[in-house]
Design a protein around this ligand. Structure first.
Ligand code: PLP
Length: 365
């Protein structure tokens, strides 16, 4: 049996007709940059996610950048970012010239460790990036408590966490601002790039909306130095087709995660942990095993696609080699990078495929 790690064709085949219709509709009205499809998507996504409002942009990375601009972070400021996440979390301070400061992750949840935030904070710390990694919300109350003491903002990197809940509250409006991504492989993905910014602060969202369109409120009158970070009409049209399926797809991810948690019995393996504060949406199902590389090769021989997400912690990335970090700076991040293996968890997997993954893992020796 072949079990794909990701299979976008399988995800899109059943809605091919609906997507083509949405594209035809967009061709007819011709609103390709922002416009009706985008504003419908902004309203629809906010409703499904349980947020008051979102602003559509070109990608999750652009969302993080515009948040840094709207919070007016700059060279005098330090921003704390987890050492184990997707690289774009670290671009937030980088793009505005702020100082990037790493913190380690909690070994059980893989999200930023509040204790490590405390030990790496200074009086210059102006923001903390809380990445809801692999679909699990970070420990937001502890992070917020530290941020309040420091007078720092909290940015939620929710690129992997559509519909995730922290103590029953949707992610994205818990901190000062949130960034979502609609990259094709995310839990809600377009047919190309896309993202949005969320915030309970409507003034901040309004600023992001101005910055995404050349800093202009009124046509050809530019109040701020802005960017071209508009969401595209065709992307929003595709996302509008996919949005109504997100809740069921999310439930299916959780169901597969549950099957893995119940079924996998492998010595020395550590399975993902869901703390009582968070409802994970399992963007990834990432286990740890001391013999990770051999397990990955074995599963590949069985026809099972897996991925190492992520093989390098950010403080050891070549682009940050001059920041004074080295091997040993963040032991938990380094350990996870060595031991992590992500199993297939796309919602289109059949039960037979999930059972086959479980049986194969349990037969590993
Ligand atoms: C995907 C991702 C991003 C970036 O989103 P893009 O839409 O690809 O730019 C940022 N942070 C995390 C944690 C991500 O997984």
């Amino acid at each position: 049996m072949k079990v794909p790690f990701i299979d976008l064709k399988r995800a899109h085949d059943p809605i091919r007709g609906e997507i083509l219709e949405a594209f035809a509709r967009t061709l007819d009205h011709g609103e390709f940059c922002l416009g009706t499809e985008v504003s419908n998507f902004e309203t629809g996504f906010a409703a499904v996610q349980g947020l008051s409002c979102v602003v559509g942009v070109g990608s999750g990375t652009e969302a993080l950048h515009l948040i840094a601009c709207a919070l007016e972070l700059g060279p005098e400021d330090e921003v704390i970012v987890p050492a184990f996440t997707f690289i774009a979390s670290a671009w937030l301070p980088e793009y505005v010239g702020a100082k990037l400061v790493f913190a380690d992750i909690d070994p059980e949840t893989y999200t930023i460790d509040p204790k490590s935030i405390e030990s790496n904070a200074t009086e210059k710390t102006k923001a903390i990036v809380a990445t809801h990694l692999f679909g699990l919300p970070a420990d937001m109350d502890s992070i917020q408590r530290i941020a309040d003491q420091l007078g720092a903002k909290v940015v939620e990197d929710a690129a992997q966490a559509h519909m995730a809940k922290y103590k029953g509250r949707p992610v994205g409006e818990i901190g000062d601002a949130g960034a979502f991504s609609f990259y094709p492989t995310k839990n809600l993905g377009g047919l190309g790039e896309g993202g949005c910014v969320s915030s309970k602060n409507s003034a901040l969202l309004e600023k992001v909306a101005i910055l995404r369109a050349h800093g202009s409120k009124e046509r050809y009158l530019n109040h701020f130095v802005g960017y071209n970070n508009r969401m595209e009409g065709l992307q929003a049209a595709a996302l509008n087709v996919k949005l109504p399926y997100l809740e069921a797809k999310t439930e299916r991810r959780r169901e597969i995660a549950d099957k893995y948690a119940q079924g996998i019995i492998l010595q020395n393996a550590v399975l993902p942990h869901e703390p009582n504060w968070g409802r994970s949406v399992f963007h990834m199902y990432t286990l740890q095993h001391p013999d990770r590389d051999r397990l990955k090769t074995y599963l590949a021989e069985k026809g099972i696609g897996t991925d190492i997400v992520y093989p390098y912690p950010l403080h050891l990335q070549p682009c940050f080699a001059d920041r004074g970090y080295g091997v040993g700076s963040f032991p938990e991040s380094e350990k996870l990078a060595k031991h992590c293996l992500s199993l297939p968890i796309v919602p289109e997997l059949t039960d037979a495929e999930v059972d086959y993954v479980i049986e194969s893992i349990n037969a590993f020796s």
